[in-house]
Design a protein around this ligand. Structure first.
Ligand SMILES: Cc1cc2nc3c(=O)[nH]c(=O)nc-3n(C[C@H](O)[C@H](O)[C@H](O)COP(=O)(O)O)c2cc1C
Length: 323
């Protein structure tokens, strides 16, 4: 199938799905004001919530996107094939460029419900989930899977071979096991082996490597060294918002404050007064750092009770820093 994945120049770079980070607002900030990744993903969205009368009104908000965030992939998770079928239909109707199934989230509540990394090794159910999702997508948009290296029982070779036999369009591998969470070094040698397995079993499936990549230059090296088609970056953008650019320019304090202000204003515009205020506060660590007085300023911002106070403080700081 010709689709947006197949049209990307290699190596392409993807902004990873991150719960409470890559929401509509942050993706919009990246797409409008920062060097862009080649592909955006939504945060993971629960298929049970999306397809239940009670859960739908809140869950559907997670799938809001704008034109400037294209190409954008909706990431979904769950364990009920029927709900994957209906969720795939919803994502198709919303106009997403692709759908991705999360088969790697290691959090206990997700795994215990049979979703995320709970899927690893559950071959019969996963086959049903993939088929139901494909049916819902009617071959109109591509299907990808994001997973981790195998769990204690299933080797990653067996797991990945099984996924590749399902002829999915792209496979992202975060090269850690679920029990590693985000700890320890990512095992890129495993990714090298996985690209060889895919060349034998499903050469048309794209392989995207993920784990500990901190620059565009490093992504290009991973492509050369391990044969991946693309690289996915998650926490790197929290360290350096300009990570998808070519140059390592030293950005000024006011560049960060300006981004923080734009983010806060858009957050206010999209979510209103109090909703998700805690989510916004998580970004202060990313924007307010590396200068004299950053810790005090961050503490002041964390203590705010209203979003308009955040705007006032950031504007005050911008004036101070430019004088
Ligand atoms: C705050 C946070 C939230 C995350 N949420 C998701 C998610 O919703 N879906 C997903 O597939 N992975 C999620 N991840 C995992 C990342 O996408 C990525 O696989 C992992 O952080 C390794 O990449 P990195 O070394 O570039 O950070 C999350 C990671 C972080 C740090």
């Amino acid at each position: 199938m010709i689709n947006f994945w197949t049209k990307l120049t290699r190596p392409f770079i993807v902004l990873a799905p991150m719960e409470n980070v890559t929401d509509y607002v942050f993706r919009e900030i990246v797409s409008r004001y920062l060097p862009r990744p080649d592909v955006f993903f939504t945060e993971f969205t629960n298929t049970d919530g999306l397809t239940s009368e009670k859960g739908y009104p809140e869950t559907i908000k997670r799938l809001q996107f704008s034109k400037s965030q294209r190409p954008i992939v909706a990431q979904i998770w769950g364990s009920n094939p029927q709900n994957f079928f209906r969720s795939a239909q919803i994502c198709l109707n919303l106009g997403f460029d692709g759908v991705d199934i999360n088969m790697g989230c290691p959090h206990r509540s997700v795994v215990e419900s049979g979703g995320g990394a709970g899927c690893i090794g559950n071959f019969d159910l996963v086959k049903e989930i993939i088929n139901a999702t494909k049916e819902g997508l009617k071959n109109k948009i591509p299907l990808s899977i994001k997973t981790r290296l195998g769990n204690k029982i299933i080797s990653y070779q067996d797991w990945v071979q099984f996924l590749l036999e399902q002829k999915i369009d792209a496979l992202t591998v975060h090269c850690r096991t679920p029990s590693q969470m985000s700890d320890g070094q990512a095992n890129w040698d495993a990714i090298g082996e996985i690209t060889k397995i895919k060349n034998k079993i499903s050469p048309n499936t794209l392989v995207i490597g993920n784990g500990d990549v901190l620059s565009k230059k490093e992504a290009v090296l991973k492509h050369k060294q391990y044969g991946v088609d693309g690289v996915m970056i998650a926490r790197g953008i929290l360290k350096n918002p300009w990570i998808f650019g070519n140059n390592n320019i030293d950005h000024k304090v006011n560049d960060f404050l300006d981004l923080a202000l734009k983010h806060t204003n858009l957050h206010h515009h999209i979510y209103g007064d109090s909703k998700h205020f805690a989510t916004l506060k998580r970004f202060f660590k990313m924007y307010i750092k590396g200068f004299d007085g950053a810790t005090t300023l961050r503490a002041e911002l964390m203590d705010t009770e209203h979003i308009t106070e955040v705007v006032r403080i950031l504007e005050r700081e911008k004036i101070k820093k430019s004088s």
